[in-house]
Design a protein around this ligand. Sequence first.
Ligand SMILES: [Fe+2]
Length: 393
Amino acid sequence: MDIPKAFLETEVDAAKAQGAPLFADFMASKEPYGSLFRDYPWLRPPKLNEPLPSGGDHYWETAAAVDHPDWQGVDLPQPTKEFQQLRHDFGRWGYALIEDGLSKAQCDAFLNRLIAQANAEAAAGIAHQTPSGQYVPCLINKGDCFRGCIEQDPEHVQAGPLIEAMLNETLGEGWICHSFLANGADPGGYPQGLHIDQAPLLPWVTEAAPALVNTMFIPQDVDADNGGTLVIPGSHQNLIRAGSGGALTDMPRPINLKAPAGTIMLFDGRLWHGTGINRTDQRRFVATMSNVKPWMRQQENWVVSTLPEIIDAASPKLLHRLGMQALTYGATVEGFGLGASGRQGDQWGNIQAFRQAMDRGDYRRVGQLPDPRRVSQEGFTVRDVRSSAKNPL
Ligand SMILES: [Fe+2]
């Protein structure tokens, strides 16, 4: 093969070494973590191969806001049902607490199912163990209450309509579910490193609004003793001030969240947070359901992992939340979905039929085709899906 010299790997390597790489300073900035670990040693995560130091100046050595010298008397978010207050808290502090987001009955059902599932996964040898505690991932398959929460169905999460309204404002309409997993803080576990949930975007910072918003379901009381959740109130503002590729400054100290069972915490994907340490003898569970723009890659690959019976029975809303409503910029299958609106219920872009064909074992993809005179028009799944959907173009 006679390849032009300029395309040879040795030549490309030599050429790369000359001149200045594009966007070099930005791409190599390692910000905001570079400045975080350099300028705030107390924000460095623990070494997981060493025992957790007892005492000392570490982010996990903190307290609830009412007991924290830096935060006493500050008007931090409290659980509330008031929409205007939730808006204010989310914007000012980067998080807001929905009071009784789950009713008592919903909360009990949620927690009981979660604990039973976690114990069964451990017994089955498939516990998802982390340094902080056991996780229970892919909750959609593990109880109808969890499926209902992904749809924000008031039968399973009474604050559903309010949550949807907040997510529409903070992410823009059309957001989808990124993942839904339960996070255990086990006695003796390590704290999570403090992080932001939209870290994969870094060093880009979305200054004007988040690209990810988390809804954290709190099915049991959390406090400074049982792992709570560490939060640096208002720290999304520090990131906004730093901007894309910039260094963090004036980082406040974290608090540990104190909230009663049934609370749902909404938080900005730019807020610094993490699981705390659990000093009790009982595991504490919270469950995080994050949500993203509809073209972003989802943390949980629902299209693969969701049970067939859930896919078969899924409402248009659930299919949309799972990322099965293709649009021009995401989730197209063999081109099906290009030009689609991405809106719930739009058949031109609904990829459910492809997944169902896979489940039946008869998904027929278009591969390298033979001579046009010998090709059949029958037998391609994409053809069947296109003909049963209405092309709006
Ligand atoms: Fe997180």
